[in-house]
Design a protein around this ligand. Structure first.
Ligand code: CU
Length: 720
């Protein structure tokens, strides 16, 4: 025991000496974190010149971290410090977060259509929570078990474990990835996913398409999402985001005018060139973003990955989960211009005025003087007054407010006509939602604090539900453990049982659909309780948005049905836009059509985190259970048995080789520094232990699965 300390000290000194060489610092960094540079990854390339396909490997490390941590040193007083490795600034306000590779946003994945994405997700979250990653926009044809929805398509990845996603990058376009477990998306687990294509129908409209021109927008709390969630659902905490970030950066109002501000994201452009800009909304709460660029117009060319007939606007509104691509032509006098994003609804001037900007900086112009200036007033960030706006918020369209039903898919696109939806409709469903006044047993104890006994100001909770049913997640992934889920707990209410208007119901909310059918969904936002807006996202498919209309402040299902019978619902079948996320006007409807050409269990849900978390979703069960599980590998991790597939073998081999190289390298340095064989051997033992620890997450699944049995599945007791 006594001897150990001097030895440890010697080793510490030695390793400190070794670390002082840049090469060693780099190796340690590579070894402990394996972070990749999103802009220099080998798969970032010109997809016309080099379409591939390639195998693109990524390592994603999820862990708790802090904004403005010690890694930020003297940021923001010293601006350079704000760009140090692992310095996550957010909007400059200190908070705990879940980080991906100690970055915010998580690193972007930029590939070409048809590449295989191989993403190894390591769960280093110390609080022990499970996780999963959803590839928002990927259709996962034939690989539905890679869709990343906990308890639908996979078991959560346990703490101290890893899981490798492997799927074909398709369809092309601007997408993103985010955690699909609990509230982790609100804590920071999200990043861009851009799939470029060899033959883009709009290639002639832009000169550059750089990964650096991808903008991931998010509302941003100044506390944990979990704290905000608990405060809002169990007490009278609000659900209004304070801040907003663009690519993980931004400046929040400082406490005094002399306080320096954290830097905003800089979008570098070149005079005279047309730049393709890709925008993604990771909105967590009801915070639609209006985006505009000072003195520049936006030529919108795609949404949710799919091309649209180009349309020029002054601003666009993007809802949670949506994506828009536009061409920004640098045709103004060289200078710095603000790209402005302002939050509407729960982020507007009645509440938090959440807003943020990025700096569009022309080549040769220094943007640093602007960095200290902070954001303009909220009212100056809403787009040019009287300007043309795409995707308006809760209002009827007119010449200056163009909703997405006015967008058209370019003629001849997509090349395959599998999305034809103008044939007969095989099945039609009305899906109506609102914040229902029901005694939600999760948040209102029926005896101690029923909804009827709690004042609104004390946290009386309205429950967002679809067809008066809350989606309660199954206790095992339906996709391949269908028989482990009680069939009686799968339900829906497409007949609108009136008793459920006042009685809370939760179940594995599901709708069975046949394969290769044309399905029409009429989404209705009844809008009686609040003026909210719910963006709906469908996994595994594109849909066509064929109709959308705001009918009034609110509307009943009966009224929409009556109008439909009378032929009064708007339907356009002339090249309607392809999307996977769409808004439903409050007090109105949106009509979608899609082909059920991708069998599996697919989530259709509101993309606001607090809403889906308490059940505003529906599972589309396309085809039969036997066909779903046939596509899932036999050794895929199961819930309740914890038998895992182990790591990707080739990846692991590469890891072992890498570790071996480091061992040799570090041993050699140890020898040189100490000049003693004995010490080198001790060092080697020390390092072996260290590296043994490092590779644990990779090996963990197998070790645990062989050693431990976790017993049988039990469904929790709820109101079914
Ligand atoms: Cu919602």
């Amino acid at each position: 025991m006594i001897l150990r300390y001097p030895m440890a000290l010697t080793l510490l000194l030695l390793s400190a000496a070794s670390c002082s060489t840049p090469a060693m610092a780099e190796d340690l960094e590579e070894d402990l974190f394996h972070f990749f540079d999103e802009f220099k990854h080998e798969c970032v390339r010109n997809c016309s010149a080099d379409p591939g396909p390639r195998e693109c490997r990524y390592r994603i490390r999820l862990e708790w971290f802090m904004t403005m941590s010690k890694a930020c040193f003297d940021c923001p007083r010293n601006l350079t410090d704000c760009f140090r490795p692992h310095c996550i600034t957010g909007d400059g306000v200190e908070r705990a977060l879940l980080s991906v590779n100690r970055q915010l946003s998580g690193p972007g994945i930029h590939v070409c259509e048809g590449d295989t994405v191989i993403a190894e997700v390591h769960n280093f979250m110390e609080m022990g929570e499970g996780t999963s990653v959803h590839w928002h926009g990927m259709h996962q044809v034939g690989t539905q078990h890679m869709d990343g929805v906990s308890m639908v398509t996979q078991c959560p990845i346990n703490a101290h474990s890893s899981f490798t996603y492997r799927f074909a990058a398709s369809p092309a376009g601007t997408h993103y990835w985010h955690s699909h477990s609990g509230l982790q998306r609100s804590e920071g687990i999200f990043g861009p996913l851009v799939v470029r294509q060899a033959a883009d129908p709009h290639a002639g409209l832009y000169d550059t398409d750089q990964p650096e021109h991808t903008l991931l927008l998010s509302d941003w709390f100044h506390e944990l999402g979990a704290t905000k969630f608990a405060a809002h659902h169990y007490s009278n905490g609000d659900n209004k985001p304070k801040g907003l970030i663009i690519n993980g950066r931004g400046a929040f109002a400082p406490s005094s005018a002399s306080d320096p501000q954290t830097p905003r994201y800089v979008l570098r452009v070149r005079s005279g060139l047309r730049h393709r800009v890709r925008v993604i909304s990771n909105a967590i709460l009801n915070c639609p973003f209006v985006l505009s660029v000072a003195n520049h117009s936006l030529l919108v060319i795609a949404t949710d990955g799919a091309p649209v007939v180009p349309i020029e606007v002054d601003s666009l509104i993007i809802y949670a989960g949506e994506r828009f691509d536009f061409v920004l032509t640098a045709d103004r006098p060289p200078g710095n211009y603000l790209l402005m994003v302002a939050g509407l609804a729960d982020c507007d001037s009645r509440f938090t005025m959440a807003r943020q900007s990025a700096i569009v900086s022309y080549a040769g112009i220094d943007e640093t003087p602007l960095q200290g200036a902070g954001n303009p007033a909220y009212s100056d960030m809403l787009g040019r007054p009287g300007g043309r706006q795409l995707n308006p918020f809760n209002r009827a369209p007119d010449a200056n407010h163009i909703d997405v039903t006015s967008l058209r898919t370019p003629a001849g696109w997509p090349p395959a006509d599998h999305l034809t939806i103008d044939g007969p409709v095989d099945a039609k469903f009305y899906l109506a939602f609102d914040f229902e006044v029901v005694n939600n047993s999760r948040y209102h104890h029926p005896a101690y604090y029923p909804i009827s006994a709690v004042r609104k100001s004390d946290g009386h909770l309205y429950t967002p539900q679809i067809n008066n049913v809350a989606l309660h997640m199954p206790p095992a992934p339906l996709l391949y453990q269908f028989d482990d889920v009680l069939q009686s707990h799968i339900c829906n209410n497409t007949d609108f049982d009136p008793s459920l208007e006042t009685e809370f119901k939760a179940c594995h909310h599901g709708l069975r659909l046949g394969v290769n059918k044309t399905v029409e969904l009429v989404l209705i936002d009844k809008g009686f309780t609040f003026d909210a807006s719910h963006p709906f996202h469908l996994h595994g498919h594109y849909f066509r948005v064929i109709g959308m209309e705001k009918l009034g402040k609110n509307v009943s299902v009966a009224e929409v049905k009556r109008r439909d019978s009378a032929g009064l619902l708007r339907r356009n079948l002339d090249r309607p836009v392809m999307k996977d996320t769409v808004i439903v006007p409050d007090g109105g409807y949106t009509v979608l059509r899609f082909r059920t050409d991708n069998p599996g269990v697919w989530l259709l849900h509101c993309h606001l985190e607090f809403h889906v978390e308490i059940g505003m979703g529906l599972l589309l069960l396309v085809g039969d259970a036997a066909s779903w599980s046939a596509g899932v590998p036999a050794n895929f991790p199961r819930c309740g048995s914890w038998k895992g597939p182990g790591p990707d073998r080739r990846w692991q081999q590469r890891e072992l080789r890498l570790a071996e190289t480091h061992r040799l390298h570090m041993t050699a340095l140890g020898l040189a520094a100490a000049g003693a064989v004995l010490l080198a051997a001790l060092l080697s033992v020390f390092l072996t232990r260290r590296f043994g620890l490092r590779s644990n997450p990779v090996q963990n699944i197998e070790t645990v699965s062989e050693a431990v049995s976790y017993g049988s599945l039990k469904a929790p007791q709820l109101t079914f």
